[in-house]
Design a protein. Structure first.
Length: 74
């Protein structure tokens, strides 16, 4: 059987999810680590971005985010 060499961690992977807090907790339970706190930022005319960063068990940096549209946005 041929073995694949372990690849170095990627720079950054981003995922849009429904519940950033639950996803971060799942990453930590799987052996990853939090990188900071969950943060929310209002983008005028667009909506609210909630995001957090974590490191997965292989060392990749993950950005976990959720967008909530403004009522007046598209």
């Amino acid at each position: 059987m041929r073995h694949l060499a372990r690849l170095p961690p990627s720079g950054h992977l981003a995922f849009e999810v429904d519940d950033p807090a639950a996803v971060i907790e799942a990453v930590v339970r799987a052996g990853g680590a939090r990188l900071g706190e969950i943060t929310a930022h209002d983008v005028p005319g667009v909506g609210r971005l909630t995001f957090a960063y974590a490191r997965d068990p292989e060392g990749n940096v993950l950005e976990i985010q959720r967008w909530e549209s403004d009522a007046g946005g598209s």
